[in-house]
Structures are given as C-alpha cells and as structure tokens.
Design a protein around this ligand. Structure first.
Ligand SMILES: [Zn+2]
Length: 212
C-alpha cells in the first residue's frame, strides 16, 4: 500500500459517522516501527474460513488504529490535534448546568481494549459522562486512554478552565427541613413527657423558675 493510500484510509476512517472523536494520526508516526512496538492486533487466523472475515479484518484495523491513536495523542503533535478538536467542541459540551457549555474531552476508563466504551471528561466539574449520541457508544475507551485529558492539561495548563463559580443547592429541601425541625422537636419531647408520665405544664413549672 502506498503512502498516499494509507493517508486516504485514515482520512476515510476518521470521517466515518460515529468516528468523529478520532484524530488523523500522521503517516510519519505510523511508519516508525518503534511507535508500534507491542501492538500485535491481527484477525484470528483460525477463522480464515469465516464468511465474515472482512468484518473481522475491519474490526482488527479499527482496534490497531485506535491503539496507535492512544499513543499518538500523548506526545505534543497528537495533543495539538486533539486540542484543536477540543476548542471546536468536536467532543460535545458538558451537560452540567453550572459548567455553562464547557467543551469536553474523550477519556477511557480502562487502557485495556474491550473493557469500557469511551466516556467524556469535563475539565470544569472534573466528572465523566456517557456521550450523548448513541453512535459513540461503540467506541472503545482504550483508544483514548485513561490519562489523556490530564496529560493535555499538564502540557497546556493555560487551557484548563476554572471550576464552576456556582453549584446547585437544594434550597427547597432545606426550607422544609427548617420548618419541620421545631415540629419534630416538640413532637419528640411530647412523646418523652408521656413516657415519663409528665405534661407540658408540669415541665414548664419546673424549668422556668430554674432558668429565671
Ligand atoms: Zn462539567
């Protein structure tokens, strides 16, 4: 396969619907054998007669490319590409109200393929979310890695947003709690008086002179 064909395959692959989170790995990077050390993803040879062999090859190609990408986006060159996608909000916005449409970054919950699908990390509330679109629910999180967002902000701390200025406070619950507290206290104390055989009037005649 010629160089131009390889680049074409990468562009075609990254342009597929549902593969928008992927970035285009430089051809030069792939051609350096050292960068591929330990990546031995091949279709199962025992299944050569499998009528779905082309699907298996496709799956293996996707996994190989994903694992190459996971390495590629950690050095500077890959981070710069992902930073551009982040600034364009290609990965979507945080659904948290107080994050005010903060762009997110893809992250894996595991570095081992097949363990968890890709999630989105919000650098503002520092939480992770499931991608909104179903077409991203089948992308392996290992293709981005568990440390990618943190590495990006370590290299480019100037892009790390500040924490949200406000946070949600469940006011209505507190209001009801404040209203209920005196009632709960008097109710409990009434039960206590009944148990000891006293009443409110008796208790007041004892306590008020003592306080006076
Ligand atoms: Zn957020």
């Amino acid at each position: 396969m010629s160089s131009s064909e390889e680049v074409s395959w990468i562009s075609w692959f990254c342009g597929l619907r549902g593969y928008e989170f992927f970035c285009e790995v430089d051809e030069d990077y792939i051609q350096v054998k050292f960068n591929l050390t330990g990546l031995n993803v091949q279709p199962d040879e025992e299944r050569e007669d499998n009528p779905n062999q082309s699907d298996l090859i496709e799956q293996a190609a996707e996994m190989l490319y994903g694992l190459i990408q996971a390495r590629y986006i950690l050095p500077n060159r890959g981070i710069a590409q992902m930073l551009e996608k982040y600034q364009q909000a290609d990965f979507g916005y945080c659904p948290h109200v107080y994050c005010e449409n903060q762009p997110m970054l893809p992250v894996g919950l595991s570095d081992i393929p097949g363990e968890a699908m890709v999630k989105l990390y919000c650098p503002k509330c520092m939480d992770v979310y499931t991608p909104e679109s179903l077409r991203h629910h089948h992308t392996d999180g290992a293709y981005f890695g568990t440390g990618f967002p943190h590495m990006l902000f370590m290299v480019h701390p100037e892009y790390r947003p500040k924490r949200p200025a406000s946070r949600f406070v469940p006011r209505s619950s507190l209001k009801w709690l404040n209203l209920l507290t005196p009632s709960l206290f008097s109710c409990s104390f009434g039960i206590y008086l009944r148990l000891i055989g006293g009443d409110w009037a008796q208790w007041l005649t004892l306590v008020i002179p003592a306080l006076w």
